[in-house]
Design a protein around this ligand. Structure first.
Ligand code: GDP
Ligand code: IMO
Ligand code: MG
Length: 431
């Protein structure tokens, strides 16, 4: 039987999903993105060479891997072509390997203008979005006025839809935000000029996945962002505009949930977040500085510094529950190298009472006091260790304690950004 494994972020994104997808990809025939857009930044490092992928699935560096973009993704055609061009410059062939669902909704320039205008208008209360037009594009999808990938290929339909949609959005852009309108003709001209490049990638992704299933192939579902950025279950309103949790793997690709075998949750050995919003275990001190520096915690899309703090088991347990995570992959263990002691948050205290689960209302989060357990750090490096036994004893103990508190097995450990700086304890394809 082929295995269908979901790899997703269990925190606020940037957990190292791309690295792990790339590392496991030699075992699978295909990889599919099912939500998000080019707000994602997934970093792969192979023999010192860094590749940052935004829209294209993290299997693209494996010449035989098929890369699918499912209906749940919001797709900027121009961002896609830019990414393809960079890959081609680096000798990566995407010919006959990238397949995009006709049902993907598009991100077009008015979405970017709206995203940026809104953030500017919010001032201090801004979400800190990536400014890529993600939110407005998902709004258009739900409002049933979006243009879908498959509609690009009929000039008449495209012109009509663009006229209607610009009529609507330009009113908001000019009258409400006092921004420049987006002109129809140059936009249409740009789209028509790139259509020959896009057309060969049209696909029925749901059908392809069904074929892989019937022919016993292994497939990876690659999440973007992380559980706490989920539009329903995250730290609303400081979230992204898609469902980032495991159920979205099925909805966003057109694959039946009954056939998903493994849900691998990726979590850093600590926590980071980029953008605004609550973060109970944030460390604005020398520990935060250590994590930021040693972990090189700067956004791969926007270059913004990521906020850093201790591992939060209350949130990790919530992520395990929301996603039915079958096993964890703990990444960036090496970033903790050299700390004398390391804290993990086990409970929250809120208004004098202790809680094991986070409050749903994000307004209450500012009053949370994390309750920590303090563990011994290690001085010998874990960096580049490729087996559990090589890890310093205290690092092994840290992982075992995290595993016990989390209540699910640690399947994998990552000790560096290189593809092979990885340890498998329990094979995700055997789940
Ligand atoms: P993603 O969005 O979840 O794919 O993660 P990002 O690529 O945005 O951020 C993870 C960063 O950490 C990237 O720069 C990776 O190269 C790097 N990285 C991944 N795993 C490890 C690890 O185990 N140790 C270290 N030091 N860096 C890692
Ligand atoms: P990957 O896939 C970390 C954050 C933004 C902002 C919020 C909303 O690399 O883990 P958006 O542009 O989506 O409307 O922004 O979500 N965000 C991410 N943070 N990693 C990401 O992706 C993110 N994608 C969006 O910083 O707080
Ligand atoms: Mg990232």
């Amino acid at each position: 039987m082929g295995k269908f494994i979901v790899i997703l972020g269990a925190q606020w994104g940037d957990e190292g999903k791309g690295k792990i997808v790339d590392f496991l990809m030699h075992r699978a025939s295909a990889v599919v993105r099912f939500q998000g857009g080019h707000n994602a930044g997934h970093t792969l490092v192979i023999n010192g060479k860094k590749t940052i992928l935004k829209l294209i699935p993290s299997g693209i560096l494996h010449p035989n891997a098929q890369c699918l973009i499912g209906n749940g993704v919001v797709l900027s055609p121009n961002a896609l072509l830019e990414e393809i061009a960079i890959l081609k410059q680096n000798g990566v062939s995407i010919e006959n390997r990238l397949h995009i669902s006709d049902a993907c909704t598009l991100i077009l320039p008015y979405h970017v203008s709206l995203d940026r205008a809104r953030e500017a208008a919010k001032g201090d209360k801004k979400i800190g979005t990536t400014g890529r037009g993600i939110g407005p594009a998902y709004e258009d999808k739900v409002a049933r006025r979006a243009i879908r990938f498959g509609e690009l290929f009929d000039e008449k339909i495209l012109r009509n839809k663009l006229e209607d949609i610009l009529h609507y959005h330009n009113f908001i852009l000019t009258q409400y935000h006092h921004e420049e309108p987006i002109a129809l003709e140059p936009l249409l001209e740009n789209l028509l000029s790139i259509i020959p490049q896009l057309k060969p990638m049209r696909a029925d992704v749901a059908l392809l996945l069904d074929e892989y299933h019937r022919t016993n192939k292994n497939v990876i579902f690659e999440g973007a962002q992380g559980t706490l950025l989920d539009i329903d279950h995250g730290t609303y309103p400081y979230v992204t505009s898609s469902n980032t949790t495991a159920g979205a793997a099925a909805v966003g690709s057109g694959f039946g949930p009954r056939y998903l075998n493994t849900i691998l949750g990726i979590a850093k050995a600590y926590t980071t977040r980029v953008g605004s919003g609550p973060f109970p275990t944030e460390q604005n001190n020398e520990v935060g500085q250590h994590l930021s520096k040693q972990g090189n915690e700067f956004g791969s899309v926007t270059g913004r510094p990521r906020r850093c703090g201790y591992l939060d088991l209350v949130l990790l347990k919530r992520a395990i529950q929301l996603n039915s995570i079958s096993g964890l992959c703990i990444t960036k263990l090496d970033v903790l190298d050299g700390l004398k002691t390391i804290k993990v948050c086990t409970n929250y205290r809120l208004h004098g009472k202790e809680y094991q689960a986070p409050p749903i209302n994000t307004e209450e989060w500012s009053d949370i006091e994390p309750i920590y357990e303090e563990l011994e750090g290690w001085q010998a490096p874990t960096a580049h260790c490729r087996s559990f036994n090589e890890l310093p004893l205290q690092a092994q103990q840290y992982l075992l304690r995290v595993e016990a508190l989390a209540g699910v097995p640690i399947d994998m450990i990552s000790t560096g950004s290189e593809r092979e700086d990885s340890i498998i304890l329990r094979d995700p394809f055997e789940g």
